[in-house]
Design a protein around this ligand. Structure first.
Ligand code: FAD
Length: 452
């Protein structure tokens, strides 16, 4: 039976669910406030906790990549959501991708079964009283966003993320698309991805259609920053540009980016295609496929017209269209400290995308870190700063320490880590040393059990 105050957590997404679990494990009572299904975010479509609204990939699981490093740290720190993601994994080459439905179901079941976690299905319209964690995500409801702005004294920043279409696996032209993973890595013997190979003329035709296609209109509050939408980089997160914006910057940019053919060989010609659009499984059975890197804000009818020009997708049935969304986050360096506690409202922490951290794994990690800090606070202990050599520590340091004037959500990257004193010339060796150093720093941090 838990004693002490109840911690209120706003948002039953990735960060909020991880935080609830971590607090409950430490004997802290939690009230988790989730507004769905009563109020919609406009992008979520179920009432499940931890629903993934775009890609089903959590990123590369290779241990010497930034996301792989985060996976290792989350596993070592006993993350609930990572363990569920690993149980719900679908084949995706080097990446950890999940069956999104099973993932959300399992998280919902796990959190609902904790006696010390009460789940309230209602919208929080103001900042909760301390102790609390606000993890209401990039689609925080307008009332809560306004309350946050009033407390922080800072205007929220808005930018846009775009999501990629999903097509029905039965409608692909299997005589054209072929299975293979770039560089041959993957779980399935034939390769985890399906690939749509372009010849040069096909690519040119596709790009012409893409850049001239009609885009979905922006809503009133989005028009204020339309300059960025059309011209970029503007309000987009650079790692998730709509394909049409990327192509408008340079016709060959997609062929060197998301449509790069590196490591692929078209079995029909025995040669590398000019470009290739990859399709990633959305579910373990492979009934639905995500158009990798093809996030878009074209009108739905235009998406059908344009993407059916891709070899192999001529008769594709779209089970989900790409779309663009508002993405809300606070100016981290002004609003929170390195433990994610709000400067203007001590006793309230901000976690997840709202804190200015981009990416599923990073969002889970901030939920975990905020919960650990709340637990220490409730025990009357001072904060324990995560070492900057760990990826979790580097993310927190970047959120709190970036230039507030140019702040954009931070994604895990080896570049965030403090440089090595004597870096070797080769990138693989440098990555290996950075990740080894991070592992050692985490062990040292965890060795002091009070910190956790
Ligand atoms: C359209 C879009 C696509 C994205 N695609 C990707 C991607 O492909 N890969 C990736 O790594 N990251 C992606 N992100 C970024 C981010 O990683 C995810 O949004 C991630 O789910 C954020 O985790 P979170 O816990 O911060 O918020 P969420 O998982 O969104 O959870 C927040 C929860 O809070 C609830 N909520 C909001 N306001 C209130 C309120 N006032 N009261 C009560 N509950 C409230 C919401 O209903 C939601 O369930 C995307 C973001 C957006 C907007």
């Amino acid at each position: 039976m838990s004693v002490g105050p109840t911690v209120q957590i706003v948002g039953g997404g990735l960060a909020g669910c991880e935080a609830a679990w971590q607090l409950a494990r430490r004997g802290v009572r939690v009230r988790l406030i989730e507004m769905r299904p009563r109020c919609s975010t406009g992008a979520h479509s179920t009432d499940r906790l931890a629903e993934l609204i775009c890609s089903n990939s959590l990123g590369s699981a290779l241990p010497d990549r930034a996301s792989g490093m985060l996976i290792g740290e989350l596993r070592r720190c006993g993350s609930l959501l990572l363990s569920i993601a690993e149980r719900c994994a679908v084949p995706a080459g080097d990446a950890l991708a999940v069956d999104r439905q099973s993932f959300a179901e399992e998280v919902t079941r796990a959190i609902s079964s904790i006696p010390d976690v009460e789940i309230l299905r209602e919208e929080a319209t103001g900042l909760p009283d301390p102790p609390a964690i606000v993890a209401s995500g990039p689609l925080t409801s307008p009332a809560l966003a306004a309350a946050l702005t009033a407390v922080t004294g800072e205007e929220h920043l808005f930018f846009y993320d775009a999501i990629a279409p999903v097509v029905d696996g039965e409608t692909l032209d299997r005589a054209v698309v072929f299975s293979a993973s770039r560089r041959g890595r993957g779980e399935l013997p034939e390769g985890d991805y399906l690939n749509c190979p372009f010849m040069r003329e096909e690519y040119e035709r596709f790009i012409d259609a893409l850049v001239s296609a009609e885009r979905a209109p922006l809503r009133e509050f989005e028009r204020a920053i339309d300059g960025g939408v059309r011209a970029g980089p503007g309000p987009f997160f650079e790692g998730c540009l709509p394909l049409e914006v990327l192509a408008a910057r340079g016709r060959e940019a997609p062929a060197f980016g998301p449509l790069r053919p590196v490591g692929l060989r078209d079995p029909r010609t025995g040669r590398r295609p000019y470009a290739a659009l990859q399709l990633r499984r959305e579910d373990a059975a492979g009934t639905r496929f995500n158009l990798v890197g093809c996030q878009t804000n074209l009108r739905p009818a235009e998406q059908e017209r344009v993407f059916r020009l891709v070899p192999g997708l001529e008769r594709a049935r779209f089970v989900r269209f790409g779309q663009m969304h508002r993405n809300t986050f606070v100016c981290g360096p002004k609003v929170v400290g390195r433990t994610l506690e709000m400067k203007a409202r001590p006793g309230v922490w901000i976690a997840g995308q709202l804190a200015g951290v981009e990416g599923y794994l990073g969002n889970i990690a901030t939920g975990l870190a905020a919960a650990w800090d709340v637990a220490r606070h409730l025990r009357g202990e001072p904060p324990a700063l995560w070492p900057a050599e760990t990826m979790i520590g580097a993310l927190l340091a970047a959120v709190a320490g970036s230039d507030p004037d140019t702040f954009q959500p931070i994604k895990a990257s080896l570049g965030l880590l403090p440089p090595l004193p004597n870096p070797p010339a080769g990138r693989p060796e440098r990555s290996r040393l950075l990740t080894e150093r991070g592992r050692a720093a985490l062990e040292e941090f965890l060795a002091d059990r009070d910190r956790t």
